[in-house]
Design a protein around this ligand. Structure first.
Ligand SMILES: Nc1nc2c(ncn2[C@@H]2O[C@H](COP(=O)(O)OP(=O)(O)OP(=O)(O)O)[C@@H](O)[C@H]2O)c(=O)[nH]1
Ligand SMILES: [Mg+2]
Length: 561
């Protein structure tokens, strides 16, 4: 599977086909309004990265924490007019006293107003050699990104300037280059951010679409933290009441029943709130990754042509030979500000007509089809005859599907048509669009074609050759992707944006449900379930620390962040 991703990306506006996948490109569509669809193809340029860490409630300790760290924060490898070099730690003050001409004259730094830009001469330590003129920003602890003393030097972006300033900083005692994500890890360790805010920041740095940016910003701004902290505080309150009963010792039985009667409705309400947050069709996670839109159909139907048309470049090989595409080809696009991952697949045909490679390609196509939140089924109608609903159902079902469905439901219903019924469910799903391709090959005065038994709003006549019908197909696709990612809340930000949030929340709900099944005589057990629930919610925000998890989260950051 080809997955095109990148961290550093350039934005290009291309007039026609773009060459290769050397850049993540944002492409204006030539045949439909530019706002609608963008292509993001990418290089595997150095991915973002990580650091080492600590918990939200405890400041960092150990020798690494005492180091003063520095790095270019304005995007390594990108040549720009200005480069921002960030310094964090107790030594940030020393760097300013040593390397700024005015700092040498007045080491109190009284001339440097906090959080205000000041123009200054940057000098090499121990000499009067001028390295650059810089804008200097000073953020004394604790009101800084990391919670430590932070200085920012906005220098000219030339390589020699940046290299000289970094070398000068590295020569100062106790100063070293930051590891990936180390600034953010310090911010987390010093209680400036919780884990959900850290993840929001990571998502913001990776966001390619407006919808991803909005979700990441809300999360970075504490939207998820507020919900999780609120739940945890309520669980702890319920726990405090329950533990008070335990403290009454042997006389507590009656009291225990009373307390649990009071606490139980609150616990039930909390479980219901969390269950509602979980029942969001994974839209937070889908928005982060981009939902998969899988293109399937018989060989030569024009699947790869459709992918190329949507991507506006010849990403997939197109030939008149049936069976050209053998593997899955996945591209990242944006449509109406939403991300999606468009997948071209091998043509589906009977096994005995396919060679070994195609059989594997079909297996992969079907595996994707089963999980995809959106599907485009392409059919060739150049002969003037649309496929029947049954033919499409059989195509989607495949031979294995027919056997399995026949066996499963045949036993239950005692009738031979269950395979078709199983596939018919898929055909009626609004996440499946039927695309009737090659209408340019039909006479201009043709009668409209359609598949009998499929909703008109779910089928589209198009030509990948001429572009006819593409607007209507794009409208429908955009509407469905929007509905999928915005959900019924009409754009309300999802708070469950990662599998790890979901796992901890499910564990918490499980504990709260077990609490509900206990009676008043088992107060000890009831308290334990509340403790588990509070701990699971705490793991989402990082109040309860899991070191391995921290390593995974901070690994996604780049140096300088
Ligand atoms: N006239 C016409 N030909 C088309 C259209 N779309 C695709 N074709 C042609 O149909 C042939 C097959 O196109 P592909 O896009 O490779 O079809 P595919 O479904 O990917 O085929 P496989 O990879 O073999 O499964 C090529 O010769 C295309 O040029 C169309 O809208 N009109
Ligand atoms: Mg193909």
């Amino acid at each position: 599977m080809v997955r095109l991703t990148a961290f550093c990306w350039t934005v290009q506006r291309l007039a026609g086909w773009s060459g290769g996948a050397a850049h993540r490109a944002v492409v204006a569509a030539p045949r439909w309004p530019a706002r609608r669809i963008f292509v993001t193809a990418a290089p595997s340029v150095g991915p973002p990265a990580s650091g080492s860490g600590a918990g939200v409630s405890e400041p960092l300790s150990g020798p690494e924490a005492r180091d003063t760290i520095f790095a270019v924060s304005s995007g390594a490898g990108v040549r720009a007019g200005v480069a921002v070099i960030r310094i964090s730690g107790a030594g940030a003050r020393i760097a300013l006293q040593t390397m700024i001409a005015r700092g040498r004259l007045d080491p109190s730094l009284a001339w440097l107003a906090p959080r205000m830009a000041t123009l200054a001469k940057l000098l090499a330590p121990g000499s009067d050699e001028r390295l650059d003129s810089a804008l200097v920003l000073w953020f004394p602890a604790p009101r800084s990104f990391t919670g430590e003393d932070v200085a920012e030097l906005h220098v000219h972006g030339g390589r020699a300037v940046v290299a000289a300033v970094l070398a000068a900083l590295g020569a100062l005692p106790g100063h070293r280059l930051a590891e990936r994500g180390e600034f953010t890890r310090r911010a987390f360790g010093n209680g400036r951010m919780d884990l959900t805010e850290v993840e929001g920041l990571s998502d913001l740095l990776a966001a390619n679409t407006d919808a991803q940016r909005r979700q990441a910003l809300a999360q970075m701004g504490g939207a998820a933290r507020a919900r999780f902290d609120g739940w945890r505080a309520q669980i702890l309150d319920c726990l405090a009441h329950t533990e008070a009963v335990i403290d009454f010792g042997e006389d507590a039985d009656d009291l225990g029943s009373d307390v649990l009667r009071v606490v139980s409705p609150r616990v039930a309400e909390l479980a219901a709130q969390m269950t509602r947050a979980l029942a969001d069709a994974r839209r937070g996670e889908l928005l982060r990754d981009g939902p998969r839109v899988v293109i399937v159909g018989a060989p030569n139907a024009g699947k790869s042509s459709l992918l190329n048309r949507l991507a506006q470049r010849p990403a997939a090989i197109v030939t008149p030979i049936a069976g050209t595409t053998r593997d899955v080809l996945e591209l990242e696009l944006q449509l109406g500000g939403f991300p999606l991952r468009l997948c071209d697949t091998a043509g589906l045909r009977p096994r005995d007509e396919a060679d070994e490679i195609e059989v594997e390609g079909m297996r992969r196509a079907r595996a994707l089809l089963a999980d995809a939140p959106m599907r485009l089924v392409v059919a060739d109608v150049s002969a003037g005859v649309p496929p029947s609903r049954e033919e499409l159902a059989a195509l989607l079902r495949g031979e294995e599907g027919a056997d399995a469905a026949g066996e499963a439901s045949g036993a239950a219903l005692g009738d031979g048509d269950e395979g078709a019924n199983a596939a018919a469910l898929d055909l009626d799903d609004s996440s499946l669009l039927v695309v009737l391709n090659k209408v340019d090959a039909l006479p201009a005065n043709r009668a409209p074609l359609s598949v009998h038994g499929i909703a008109p709003s779910c089928q589209f006549c198009i030509s990948c050759e001429t572009g006819e019908g593409m607007d209507a197909l794009l409208d429908a696709l955009e509407a469905r992707v929007r509905a999928l990612l915005e959900g019924e809340g009409g754009g309300e930000t999802a708070i469950v944006t990662r599998a790890r949030h979901r796992e901890h929340l499910e564990q918490a709900v499980g504990a709260l449900e077990r609490f509900a099944r206990l009676d008043g005589l088992m107060v000890d057990l009831a308290a334990e379930e509340l403790r588990i629930a509070a701990s699971e919610v705490g793991k989402v925000t990082g109040t309860i620390r899991v070191e391995e998890m921290l390593d995974i989260i901070f690994r996604d950051f780049c140096i300088g962040k």
